[in-house]
Structure formats: structure tokens, C-alpha cells
Design a protein around this ligand. Structure first.
Ligand SMILES: [Zn+2]
Length: 274
């Protein structure tokens, strides 16, 4: 009786050590051969071999037993718990998440997607998922982005609100006109964006007005502008181009009806209101 009590006390001491997460708790679990006596304390279960004694998982704390003597030193109840513990160790994470390993896994996955029937089915299924086509999704995402204070990194136009010259011209143009009008680009090509935004547009009459700033002097932007214009013309749009400066001057001069800007619009049957 006394012997049993002494044994129990020893077991309890050891289980407390384990709960405090001492360094060599694994060794103590195995040597101490702990079980559960129904009171939430780990004590020895008589008649069971040492390595078969239940022990608490080092991650989730649930008691578990191992089936094979080879697993006697296991500290975790399963692969899930051991993986969770491993991925909380900074040195292990640093070893696993390297650029080379990511590239290797990426290459393996893309080979699988391309070259196996199952992979191809998988890729097809994912390609068919178009979150932005789900009703209300675009609104939800833009609400979240706005809440986050997200601003697209590119300058001007899209996402930044309209510029002052754009606003002045829009006010003079009337109700049929909209700013930042999106035009989808079909068919998709690598060189072009999937969607063009028109600074100002009359979608009914298919007239686009581009209001350009100083960045449009550069060769790369000129080239992109030319591509955009070619595409729009091929889709039946008329493209008019003005400089920011032109519009500001026109506004400063009291929006003369005889100005070059109003005369340009006049040619397309558009009257600017003063
Ligand atoms: Zn566990």
C-alpha cells in the first residue's frame, strides 16, 4: 500500500514536470511510464509495458499510446500535432521556406498540373472558378480594399479619382458622359492589358476623350497610348486627345465657345456647356 502511494506520488511529480514543459520531458515520460487514473493526473497503468503507457502529447496535451516499440520516443499523438510543433520552430521554418524549395515544389506542381490526367482536371476546375463573376463579389472586394485604404500603385486615372482637368471637362460635357469608362480588351493578349479605362467617354456615341499629362511625353507611354488608340478605333471608338494644360487654359479663359477645344467637340456634334 505504502509502495503504491510512493509510486503514485513519484508519477504525479513527473507529470507536473511534463506540464511545465521541462527540457527532457520525453525521457521522463518514457521512464516514468505515465497513465491516467481518471482524475486528470497521469499515473502508471499497471500491467502495461513501459513504452505502451499513455502519455500526454507535447503539442495538444491529449494522452495517447503508441502501437509499436519503435515509436516509444514519439512525443506527439499524430502527424498533425508534430507538424504543428515543427512549423512553430523558427530554425525549422527557415530551413523549409527557402526560395529553392519553393521553386522545386512549384515546378513539381506545375508538372503535375500539365502532365497527369488528374492534374489537368484539377487545373481545369480551378480555371473555371472566376470569383469576380460571382454576383456582389466585386462590390465586396472593393469595399474591403477601400476600408484597408488600398490605393493602386500606378499613377493617375484608375483608382485615384478623376484629375482636375478631367472633372472640368466632364462638367462641361453633360449627362451622357462618364469618367474612367472600362472597355474590355478581346481577344486577350500579353502585350495589352485586359481592360482599358477611358478618361472620359460617351459610351452611346462611342467617343473617348483622353486627357494627358506630362508623363505621356515619354516614348514608352506614347507607344502604350498608340496601342490603346489603335485598339479603340478598331472597335469603333472615336478618340480625342487633349493635354491637361490645354483644358486648364480653356477653363481659365472662361471656357470660350470659340476655343479649339469646343470646336473639336463641335465637329462630333457635341456642345460644351459653359
Ligand atoms: Zn496531439
Amino acid at each position: 500500500m505504502l509502495l503504491l502511494r510512493l509510486f503514485r506520488e513519484r508519477s504525479m511529480r513527473q507529470s507536473q514536470l511534463i506540464y511545465r514543459g521541462s527540457e527532457s520531458s520525453v525521457v521522463r515520460i518514457i521512464r516514468g511510464s505515465l497513465g491516467q487514473d481518471g482524475n486528470g493526473r497521469f499515473v502508471c497503468v499497471p500491467g502495461i509495458k513501459l513504452w505502451q503507457q499513455p502519455r500526454p502529447c507535447a503539442w495538444c496535451g491529449e494522452p495517447f499510446t503508441v502501437k509499436y516499440v519503435q515509436a516509444a520516443k514519439t512525443r506527439f499523438c499524430g502527424r498533425s500535432c508534430s507538424a504543428k510543433w515543427r512549423m512553430r520552430q523558427p530554425e525549422i521554418v527557415a530551413r523549409v521556406h527557402t526560395a529553392e524549395i519553393h521553386a522545386r515544389i512549384g515546378a513539381k506542381v506545375s508538372t503535375w498540373l500539365r502532365e497527369t490526367p488528374k492534374g489537368r482536371r484539377h487545373a481545369h476546375r480551378f480555371a473555371a472558378i472566376k470569383p469576380m463573376r460571382i454576383p456582389g463579389m466585386r462590390a465586396r472586394i472593393s469595399a474591403i480594399l477601400r476600408q484597408m485604404g488600398h490605393r493602386p500603385p500606378w499613377s493617375g486615372g484608375k483608382g485615384r479619382g478623376i484629375t482636375r482637368p478631367q472633372g472640368l471637362l466632364l462638367a462641361a460635357l453633360g449627362a451622357e458622359w462618364v469618367a474612367e469608362h472600362p472597355v474590355e480588351v478581346r481577344p486577350r493578349q500579353k502585350i495589352r492589358p485586359s481592360c482599358y479605362y477611358l478618361d472620359l467617354a460617351n459610351p452611346k456615341k462611342k467617343i473617348a476623350v483622353e486627357v494627358d499629362g506630362a508623363t505621356h511625353y515619354t516614348a514608352a507611354v506614347k507607344e502604350a497610348d498608340a496601342r490603346k488608340e489603335t485598339y479603340l478605333r478598331s472597335r469603333g471608338w472615336t478618340v480625342l486627345r487633349f493635354w491637361n494644360r490645354e483644358i486648364l487654359d480653356w477653363n481659365a479663359s472662361g471656357r470660350l465657345t470659340g476655343s479649339s477645344i469646343s470646336m473639336t467637340f463641335r465637329r462630333f456634334g457635341i456642345r460644351l456647356s459653359r
